[in-house]
Design a protein around this ligand. Structure first.
Ligand SMILES: Cc1ncc(COP(=O)(O)O)c(C=O)c1O
Length: 334
């Protein structure tokens, strides 16, 4: 399904007049940037964390979901009376739930038995129709083809249905190009020397990296992935941390924009999530732990005075069992 590349397609422009948003949508983006002081011994570089978990749906996906829906409404791919259908088990499902609820657009999310009961309940709380596929594709032994087949069925049966297709949608990239990246520069009052970004669909890294390069910034972009994902190279293997990584390469990522790639062991990421919670009182998800582990790995390359930014994609309260509870992997040390 991810055969085409969209690198040549134009990035949706920044709206000429910023939309005056009302309600909860006005709280998407402009996330806090926090200086972290307690995770490493005294050092001569500064670390700032951009906390995407404060978005109303709990992750950076709210930004992409908002831009995807508003672009589709603006160019008529989504019309009044239409509906949205997407396959997602996690943050994009929640982001779309928030945005669709706010716009009053019916949203059907196709999930599978791996989706956590909490995410199912959260999506339903926003009025989303959640449909669980129960059969795996017998060839690739995954629910993904079954989920996408169900999306196509719904699209065929409903001419007014819109599929965001987050893995290929340039509006997601635009959200980070016009939003996240300039926010970082504005909040710091300068370009960072290093930017660490976790990769999934690659909307975040593609959008932010391209903006910094387009500004002529010297910022070095570090792509962060988990071992077992193939987005930045490596062999596919079972992974347990949601949100980061993929079993397929991304058609929207221009690898030429990524200066360094770091792959992190999941248990190492979990240990960093625990240190972040105990040391800085920031409860963040597993991909944020991957970002911190990658910063630790690259720290030997930082110069005195360097300003380092780590993008923390989501909040940790949905992963208490997986990451924070006793018996979870990771050592919990400070
Ligand atoms: C948990 C998590 N990890 C990583 C990412 C980065 O994802 P992407 O590459 O799809 O922009 C996100 C995006 O919101 C996320 O929610």
């Amino acid at each position: 399904m991810l055969q085409r590349t969209h690198l040549d397609s134009p990035l949706p422009a920044s709206p000429s007049t910023p939309r005056a948003r009302s309600g909860v949508l006005a709280t998407i983006g402009d996330t806090p940037m926090v200086r972290l002081e307690r995770l490493w011994a005294p050092r001569r570089w500064a670390l700032h964390a951009k906390i995407e978990g404060t978005n109303p749906g709990g992750s950076a996906k709210d930004r992409a979901a908002l831009r995807i829906i508003e672009d589709a409404l603006a160019d008529g791919r989504l019309r009044p009376g239409g509906m949205v259908v997407e396959s997602s088990s996690g943050n994009m499902g929640l982001g779309l739930s928030v945005v669709c609820a706010s716009y009053g657009i019916p949203f059907t999310c196709i999930v599978d038995p791996h989706t956590t009961p909490q995410n199912l309940a959260l999506m339903r709380a926003y009025g989303t129709t959640v449909e669980v596929v129960t059969t795996e594709d017998p060839v690739v032994k995954s629910y993904l083809p079954t989920r996408l087949a169900r999306v196509r069925q719904i699209l065929d049966a409903n001419p007014g249905a819109f599929w965001p297709n987050q893995y290929e949608n340039q509006s997601g990239v635009a959200a980070h190009y016009h939003g996240t990246a300039p926010e970082i520069a504005r909040q710091l009052g300068r370009f960072p020397d290093w930017l660490f970004v976790a990769v999934g669909t690659c909307a975040t890294i593609q959008g932010t990296a391209r903006w910094f390069k387009d500004q002529g910034a010297h910022t070095r972009i570090v792509g962060v992935d988990s071992v077992g994902s193939v987005v930045l190279g490596g062999q596919a293997a079972r992974r347990k941390i949601p949100g980061i990584g993929s079993a397929q390469k991304s058609p929207i990522l221009d690898l030429g924009l990524v200066d360094h790639a770091v792959q992190v062991e999941e248990d190492e990421a979990i240990a960093w999530c625990r240190r972040l919670a105990v040391g800085e009182a920031i409860l963040a998800g597993g991909s944020s732990g991957c970002v911190l582990a990658a910063i630790d790995r690259m720290a030997a390359h930082f110069q005195d005075g360097d300003v380092v930014v780590g993008l923390l994609p989501d909040r940790g309260s949905r992963y208490l069992e997986l990451i924070f509870e006793d018996g979870a992997d990771g050592d919990g040390r400070r």
